[in-house]
Design a protein around this ligand. Structure first.
Ligand SMILES: NC(=O)c1ccc[n+]([C@@H]2O[C@H](COP(=O)([O-])OP(=O)(O)OC[C@H]3O[C@@H](n4cnc5c(N)ncnc54)[C@H](OP(=O)(O)O)[C@@H]3O)[C@@H](O)[C@H]2O)c1
Length: 279
């Protein structure tokens, strides 16, 4: 009996030691991930004054993907802050809103397979936001490329031709046109192709996993979000980001004058900007 107890104690001790080492290693990895990206330099920024100055410019914008999770959140921010004199939603279906704050929105319904026929929808917007995207699981590999590359690039081309001066693209952490992963490759390729269009200003946002209670059922994402939700308490930008931070960052970044023509905002910079936009 005594020797069995000793054996158990020994096994428990070893398991606990192993677990502690694993937790410590995970914490180190997360800390490295968290510290690997630059923060946004936001010293001295006063969001209220920036918003006031921006409103006076009477600008207009369009949103692609306003029915999606980021798009919805972005639209809520834009409507609440009343930054634009006109907001146009460009999408494949008509959206309905109960809230009267949304009643002045313009909606352009387009067929993304024949986008050239809808160039008028892209005319005359100062700022464009693109939160369009699908998944390989939903659309297949070809369908994913069609939406996340072709539709996005064609929209950007029409926006540029229509006079848009600032194009904002929601891309993804790890986007890289040379990646061997289809998702990251397509995201990197579309980023690069849009850069060639030479917008006066081009902002790319590369969020990590979006923390959101998604309406659509995506079981794997749900499980990883539950885990990442816990991790994010200690390491808020290591692997994920709340969707509200992304939306607020896109809005806050619109208000800030930039010398750079093209910019890439990694997850940590988005998170910092999101905090500024939340004030
Ligand atoms: N999920 C993540 O954790 C994550 C992380 C980093 C980056 N991102 C990227 O961030 C972007 C936004 O993600 P999200 O999760 O907010 O998007 P989402 O909720 O999946 O919404 C996608 C939007 O794209 C539209 N769309 C999809 N397929 C379309 C098609 N075939 N034709 C026309 N419109 C189509 C949808 O319109 P309908 O409502 O009409 O379908 C919707 O407005 C995507 O590019 C995504 O890859 C996502």
């Amino acid at each position: 009996m005594v020797s069995v107890m000793k054996l158990l104690e020994g096994n428990c001790g070893r398991t606990l030691t192993l677990l502690s080492i694993l937790v410590a290693l995970l914490a180190i990895v997360l800390y490295v991930l968290e510290s690997s990206e630059q923060s946004a330099d936001l010293a001295g920024m006063d969001i209220q004054s920036l918003e006031k100055a921006f409103r006076e410019m009477n600008k207009s914008c369009f949103v692609l993907g306003a029915s999606g999770e980021t798009g919805k959140e972005l639209l809520r921010e834009l409507v609440d802050r009343k930054l634009f004199s006109r907001i146009t939603l460009i999408g494949r279906r008509l959206l309905t809103f109960e809230d009267e704050r949304y009643e002045n929105l313009v909606q352009e319904i387009v067929d993304f397979e024949k986008l050239d026929n809808y160039s008028a929808a892209f005319q005359g917007h100062d700022v464009g936001y693109c939160c369009l995207g699908t998944t390989r699981a939903k659309a297949g590999a070809e369908g994913f490329v069609r939406v996340d590359h072709d539709y996005v690039l064609q929209s950007a081309e029409l926006a540029k031709a229509g006079g848009c001066s600032h194009f904002n693209l929601e891309s993804s952490k790890g986007a890289n046109k040379d990646s061997s992963f289809l998702y990251l490759k397509v995201k990197g390729q579309v980023e690069a192709d849009i850069e060639k269009l030479n917008f006066d200003r081009y902002s790319v946002y590369r969020p990590a996993v979006l923390l959101v209670d998604r309406q659509e059922s995506r079981p794997t994402e749900w499980v990883s979000r539950k885990f990442l939700g816990l991790v994010s308490h200690a390491f808020p930008t290591a692997m994920s980001i709340p969707i509200s931070s992304v939306a607020r960052a896109m809005v806050a970044n619109t208000l800030i004058q930039q010398d750079k023509k093209a910019e890439i905002l990694e997850n940590k910079a988005i998170y910092d900007l999101g905090k500024l936009g939340g004030k």
